[in-house]
Ligand binder design. Structure first.
Ligand code: PLA
Length: 497
């Protein structure tokens, strides 16, 4: 096994800047605490003594440790003690981090940073995939508010740590939500589920688990995909390679390319699949195409790793949006599943999600869970309580569950209506080009086909913010902002080819 890329860095920490010169030179390099703290070290020794006699005793003890063990007079000890309290050479420079380069903004979340700095009253943020109301406001679902009220009023609730694996109810209900209540894998106890930090955390924990315990370290990700996928998996210790997915010429699925690339992947390779509402393209395989993908993957023992960040957002139906996943569970094979409640329950900042691993047997699922705990414990110890409690409250109460599905459907419908409105607005303007992909694509995003110059132009001239690949979040649009966006697209495609 090759070394994991970051393992070396973990094992040999860089010299700590707070080590006083004497220690840094090699007498007792381990001792870097206590008076070595710059604020105390910079204080004149006499003041320290006058104010804190016990501190003085601690200093003397420490000095004895710091000095070489050869016999010395007490006067020499005192002198060295004073010199060890001088400011360190590093303090002369502005920072030990002075050599650090400015990092780039995130390609998606950085769009919001730029948007927030823009004083224009007409600005529109279509960057990050975050649902907005017709009034352009972030929305908390009513059912979520209700669940939170119930949680607050329940005085028997405490703030103890959750287990490493998270809230047990939440885990069971999450597996049921994605795999279906009658899933054979659940009935046979073959699913290991752990609560994680939303979709991203679930992907990362799954990636780290595979890097430690799976024989094939290559993960195939669609081209294009959510920009964070390659980073998450590479840092987890896997090697990311891509498979063809989107055909810019048809603005649809490159199904032939997909099949060819997966056919030539090494047996056992991991394949990342978007369960529904592919980000950024909004293009999903049909059920027939999914079936072909499944057959090919199973015949080559490729391991599916599903990312489900939009269950319910594609069609408005939770079950329909889980069909691709359920096909792979129904054949009895194994897979990984990363679930997020950020979008479908609007719990973005609560960071609530789950990683499930469907295993070949109940025995294996128990062992897999034990190893997932060993991944999680040193990473963040155990997950947060609040978001998972909200989800569990809603999923276990049938009336609340129904209320949720209605609110979810309303969000999905509003997005679909935005697609129609934008498409019609471009038609009325006779904007050059075929824009039918706006209504054909699925989920939160439209992959417009606008190039990076056109995107930059629309930001500059119209204060419309989107990712540089031309992806727009339809959930950030409203009837009020559609005409402005259509004007901007029209100007961009007529002025810049
Ligand atoms: N997987 C996919 C395909 C996603 O699009 C996102 C979020 C996630 C996972 C992770 O979401 P979570 O960790 O918040 O659960 N994509 C967003 C936000 C909506 C982002 O980039 O973080 C996007 O705008 O693409």
């Amino acid at each position: 096994r090759t070394q994991r890329p970051h393992a070396g860095a973990l094992r040999s920490p860089r010299p700590r800047p707070s080590i006083p010169p004497t220690a840094a030179r090699g007498t007792h390099p381990r001792r870097s605490y206590g008076p070595a703290h710059p604020s105390r070290a910079a204080m004149p020794t006499a003041n320290v003594r006058a104010a804190q006699p016990s501190a003085d005793r601690r200093l003397s003890t420490l000095v004895r440790h710091l000095l070489p063990s050869s016999p010395r007079t007490s006067a020499a000890t005192a002198t060295s003690a004073d010199s060890s309290l001088q400011p360190f050479p590093t303090m002369a420079s502005p920072s030990v981090f002075a050599g650090i380069a400015q990092g780039p903004e995130d390609p998606i979340l950085g769009v919001t940073v730029a948007y927030n700095k823009d004083p224009s009253p007409v600005k529109v943020n279509l960057g990050v995939g975050a649902y907005r109301t017709e009034e352009g406001k972030p929305m908390v679902l009513n059912v979520v508010r209700r669940a939170e009220q119930m949680l607050i009023q329940n005085e028997s609730r405490v703030k103890e740590y959750l287990p490493i694996t998270g809230l047990a109810d939440f885990n069971k209900l999450s597996a049921k939500l994605i795999f279906g209540a009658d899933s054979p894998a659940i009935q046979e106890n073959r699913v290991a589920t752990v609560q994680c930090l939303s979709g991203t955390g679930s992907l990362r924990v799954g990636g780290e688990f595979l890097a430690r315990h799976y024989h094939e370290r290559t993960i195939y990700i669609p081209q294009p995909t959510w920009g964070n996928h390659p980073k998450v998996f590479t840092l987890a210790g896997l090697t990311a390679r891509s498979y063809r997915y989107y055909d810019p010429a048809t603005r649809g699925l490159d199904f032939q390319g997909l099949l060819e690339d997966l056919s030539s992947a090494p047996s056992g390779a991991i394949v990342l699949l978007h369960a529904c509402a592919h980000n950024p393209t909004g293009v999903d395989p049909t059920l027939e195409q999914w079936e072909q993908i499944r057959q090919l993957m199973r015949s080559k023992a490729l391991l599916p790793f599903f990312d489900s960040a939009y269950q319910g957002f594609a069609s408005g139906s939770l079950d329909k949006d889980a069909q691709s996943v359920r096909m792979f569970v129904a054949d009895g094979g194994e897979l990984l599943m990363a679930q997020s409640y950020a979008k479908n329950m609007g719990l973005y900042g609560e960071r609530v999600g789950a990683l499930s691993i469907v295993c070949g047997s109940a025995d294996i699922a128990v062992k897999v869970e034990s190893q997932l705990k060993l991944v999680i414990r040193p990473m963040y110890s155990n997950p947060p309580l609040h978001g998972a409690s909200i989800v569990a409250t809603i999923l276990k109460d049938s009336a609340m569950f129904d209320e949720w599905t209605l609110e979810l459907k309303a969000m999905a419908d509003r997005i679909i209506s935005m697609r129609e409105q934008l498409f019609n607005a471009l038609k009325i303007r006779e904007t050059p080009g075929d824009w039918s992909h706006i209504i054909k694509q699925i989920g939160m995003f439209t992959f417009t086909g606008l190039n990076s110059d056109q995107v930059a132009f629309m930001r500059q001239e119209y204060h419309i913010y989107m990712t540089s690949d031309g992806r727009i979040s339809m959930a950030g649009l409203s009837s009020r902002t559609v005409p402005h966006l259509a004007d901007a697209i029209h100007a961009a495609v007529t002025k810049l080819k």
